[in-house]
Design a protein around this ligand. Sequence first.
Ligand code: CP
Length: 312
Amino acid sequence: MAFKHKHLLGIQTLGPSDITTVLDTAESFYDISTRKIKKVPLLRGKTIINLFFEPSTRTLSSFELAAKRLSADIISLNKQSSSVIKGESLKDTIKNLEAMNPDSLIIRHSAAGVPYFATTFCQLHIINAGDGAHEHPTQALLDALTIRQKKKSFKDLKVLIVGDILHSRVARSNIFLLKKMGARVVLVGPPSLLPAEFKKFGAEIDYNFDRAIKKADVIMMLRIQLERQEKNYFPSIREYKNLYGLTEKRFRRAKKNAIIMHPGPINRGVEISADMADSAKSVILKQVKNGITTRMAVLYLLLGGKEREAIN
Ligand code: CP
């Protein structure tokens, strides 16, 4: 099991064997969360700090639970409860936290590149929990675990990523990962939210959802990220929903065994209808569940727990 990285800043810097190592490690941790005592001592004595400058439900709580299930100590800070609002700089904040001698910082920030910036002056293991519209590597890894569990292999799968591609770090990390693992990635959305330059990542582009969804194996829906939009990218939510919303009628064009994914948070009735989000084809809550084991794997591989046998 080789994973020779100090940080997890993005999927771009990982190879297919790194990705497979994370997924295999996550699988090996799977049953810990179902035990009566959901805890193993693999990271006992390690200290982790969650530093979140943007809101989060899934990523923040699953990193906390992942650390606790591995017996690490973890605390979480958000922008409102930190001295950033009193004018302290990001660099000073990180240097002060480093002075408390933790082992790792997990950073979410609205600006692309902040986790990388931290590595230029901080010696801790840095994990990117989402930086602007750049990358969200643990989301792509947990998505990959979910796809592998359902489809066995990535080779030649037709994966649609639908919606606000322009502002989506989830889309970028998933494109990088899925292309590295041999899947076919088709991006779908209105031209204003799907620039042609995404082709350079090896993805195909289709502005017509009804056409693109034919024979799809995986349909990954994305939220419209209104908080990152500085202008109107489409005339109305109603028009967006008509052209790019996932409805039962549209879903019938996909393969019979196609699965529906969404990183969350979902906007029911906009990019996905409520009945599709809750249908038997939806693996949205499975993704959330996989978030814990995937983040346990990432923490374990980076922080170098040595007592592997102790989980058995
Ligand atoms: N998918 C995701 O990153 O969700 P949160 O913003 O709730 O962490």
